[in-house]
Design a protein around this ligand. Structure first.
Ligand code: HEC
Length: 147
């Protein structure tokens, strides 16, 4: 009984805070976390923190290509910027400059495709593609993501 009450008291503020905007931000951040997790595999191998494994590198690159085919328009619903939702880092500028964001996304997609071509070919080939790919992440983040 007492535990149920405590649980209800703890849950109540959380429930009142969570809403569609918060859910959208969580989904958006989850999407980028997936990108980051696959990027982490490639970066770890490039830096020698883990042994280069051709199959694992190829899988990470393939996963990222799959993510580029995801239509993420709903992840950028209005009212979900860093000024609207606590913890969100997507700058309001995104909603004022969709063509600019799309250009960054296109650069990123091209770099992911280039990575897919070489990820399984060897550590040196993969590492050579990693710099340009990472650069496309950074180019979007430095323009459209809060620090
Ligand atoms: C077209 C723009 C764009 C590109 C390209 C992009 N990102 Fe992001 N990324 C964002 C935005 C915007 C956010 C902030 C989302 C939020 O918090 O609202 C973000 C957030 C993140 C986060 C934090 C997620 C979290 O836990 O909150 C990670 C990790 C990340 N990106 C990794 C990457 C990696 C790795 C790449 C490249 C392989 C990449 N991103 C490419 C726009 C981009």
């Amino acid at each position: 009984m007492r535990y149920a009450l405590i649980a209800a008291l703890i849950a109540a503020p959380t429930l009142s805070m969570a809403g569609p905007a918060e859910d959208t931000v969580a989904a958006r951040q989850g999407f980028y976390k997936l990108l980051g997790a696959n990027m982490g595999v490639l970066a770890g191998m490039a830096q020698g923190k883990m042994d280069y494994d051709s199959a694992k590198a190829q899988t990470a690159a393939d996963n990222m290509v799959v993510l580029t085919t995801y239509n993420g328009a709903h992840l950028f619903a209005p009212g979900t910027s860093s000024e609207d939702v606590k913890g969100a880092r997507a700058l309001p500028k995104i909603w004022e400059d969709f063509p600019g964001v799309q250009a960054k996304a296109a650069d990123f997609q091209a770099a992911v495709k280039a990575m897919q071509e070489v990820a399984g070919s060897g550590q040196a080939e993969m590492t050579a593609a990693l710099g340009p790919l990472g650069g496309t992440c950074k180019a979007c983040h430095s323009n459209y993501r809060a620090d």
